[in-house]
Write a protein of this length. Sequence first.
Length: 184
Amino acid sequence: MSKKQLSAAQGIEAACILFQLNSKTADILRLAENAGLPSAYAHGPEQARLRAEWLAFVHAVVTAGLMQHAPNSVLAGYLRETGNLLRAAETDAPAESNNAATAGTLAQADFVDGPFAAYMALLGYGEQAGCPELFCRRLAEGAAPGVAAEPAADARAQARLAAAMALVISAVWDKLEEYEILPD
C-alpha cells in the first residue's frame, strides 16, 4: 500500500489536527464521567486540571508518533505550535473553568517540563501501559481537599482510562503511519 505524501507544512498541520481532534473539552469531560473518575473532575473544580493533564497526554502521543513517522523538521515544527495549540484548547474550555483561577493553566511554562515530559518519558521508551497510572497519580497529587485522593485506586476507572488512552495512541499513530511526510 502506498502512503499519501505530505509536505512538511501539511505534516505539521495534520499533527495539529490530530491533537485538536483528541483534545475537545466535551470529549475529555465525557471520558472522565465514563471512566468513573470523581465527579469533581467532570463537573467541578478539578475540571481545568483534568483538561490540562489530558492535553499533555495527547500532545505527547502526537509528538511520539511524529518521532516515529516524520522528519525531525516536522517534529520541531509541531513542537513550535505548542503554545498555539494550548491557547486554542483554552478557548474550548467551558465558561465556568475559564475564570481567573484557572486562566492560563494550559499556557504555563512548566507544561513542557512537567506533564508533557512525564508522558514523553513513557511513550519514548514504549511504555504506553504506564500512562493511565501516571495520569491518575498526577491528578491525585494536586487534588483539592475533599476530592477523592486516589483515582488510581479504583481499578475499574483506571481500566476504562487505559482503554481510552490506548485508543488515542493507536488512532494517532496509525493515522501518522498512513503518510509519508517529506522534509522541508
